[in-house]
Write a protein that binds this ligand. Structure first.
Ligand SMILES: [Zn+2]
Length: 338
């Protein structure tokens, strides 16, 4: 228990919320940060947001993501688009059947294709003219790139921390805060970015103001109401102190949506084996970017093949049992057609 009460940044409950100490383990500085978990809504949150947050995003932070895709021929792009036209909108079945014999979905791994198509269906995206905004995507959005490969063309991103505006293959990424973005979008995504944002309510209000009629906000975040948190506590890889300021519970993210007039209409768990091998690494005091990290090098010797199989199986199991440590939350404006 804390020596002094804290006020929850989500539900405003003031209490002696239990305190936890998280360690910086992505880069392995092992700096300590106090968090507390709200006794009412369950949200785990950093006690004091560091004044110098930028220090925890070194230049190599964004480059940790997947590398850029190579340019392809127009014919290839066309054939891929036809394949997704069938997968997403049930159109062109015969053509797809022919193309599928000689064109596979080569750019996205199978799981990712499944996740992207599931998300687009949940968001009721109706055609290739839909307009997308990816918030907090850094200088490169694998999400927008996936959509471009599939055949979409209204693709925008925003991140205040990039050097300048970018336009690559027609994907435009603005160096802007969400509140400074203009336009209306059919699907606004926050893929693991909301947990980094100090003002949670304002972030969702700004996103909500940018929704087209019937538009959808997808929030993908780590979830504290999970097996990994119960099992690993502060060694949970996605606690990611101090970059993750808020680790929502399922209750607290729904509550946050309600506070700004958004209705949670769908939840999809999407745990990966990272959740398990990363947390296991932290409990063995191995940072995510250590030279022997399994995250950087799948050939290393940290884990036995049985352990690796087990991590994959555990990810599937927690998804099935609704105890996933990360999930997709779909929001729509409440009782409004705009
Ligand atoms: Zn709370």
């Amino acid at each position: 228990m804390s020596s002094s009460p804290n006020i929850c940044g989500i539900c405003n409950t003031e209490d002696y919320h239990p305190i936890y100490v998280g360690y910086e383990m992505m880069f392995g500085t092992r700096e300590e940060f106090e968090y507390f978990q709200c006794t009412s809504c369950g949200c785990l949150q950093i006690r004091h947001i560091p004044n110098d947050l930028g220090r925890f995003y070194p230049p190599n932070y964004y480059s940790l993501s997947i590398s850029r895709d190579k340019k392809r021929s127009k014919l290839f792009d066309y054939l891929i688009k036809q394949r997704f036209r069938n997968a997403l909108f049930n159109q062109g079945y015969k053509l797809n059947k022919i193309i599928s014999k000689f064109i596979e979905m080569p750019y996205l791994c199978v799981d990712q294709v499944l996740l992207v198509t599931t998300i687009l269906k949940q968001a009721e995206i109706k055609d290739f003219d839909a307009k997308f905004l990816d918030i907090g995507c850094g200088s490169w959005s694998t999400w927008l790139e996936s959509l471009r490969i599939m055949g979409f063309h209204n693709l925008y991103g925003a991140d205040p921390f990039i050097k300048s505006d970018l336009n690559e293959h027609g994907i435009i990424i603005y160096k802007k805060e969400i509140s400074d973005i203009e336009g209306k979008f059919d699907l606004i995504t926050m893929h693991h970015s909301l947990e980094h944002i100090p003002n949670q309510r304002n972030a969702l209000i700004s996103a909500s103001n940018l929704l087209a009629p019937d538009g959808v906000i997808l929030v993908r975040i780590p979830i504290v109401s999970s097996y990994v948190w119960e099992q690993y506590g502060t060694n949970w890889v996605e606690m990611d102190a101090p970059r993750h300021l808020y680790l929502h519970s399922r209750e607290s993210i729904e509550l946050l949506g309600k506070q700004v007039g958004l209705e949670l209409y769908k939840y999809i768990p999407d745990s990966l084996d990272l959740e398990f091998y990363g947390s296991e690494q932290y409990s063995r005091n191995i940072p995510l970017t250590a030279p022997n990290s399994y995250w950087l090098n799948f050939d290393n010797q940290i884990f036995t093949p049985e352990e690796i199989d087990n991590f994959k199986n555990m990810a599937k199991r927690v998804n099935k049992e609704n105890k996933a440590g990360r999930a997709c939350f779909f929001f729509k404006k409440k009782n409004k057609t705009n």
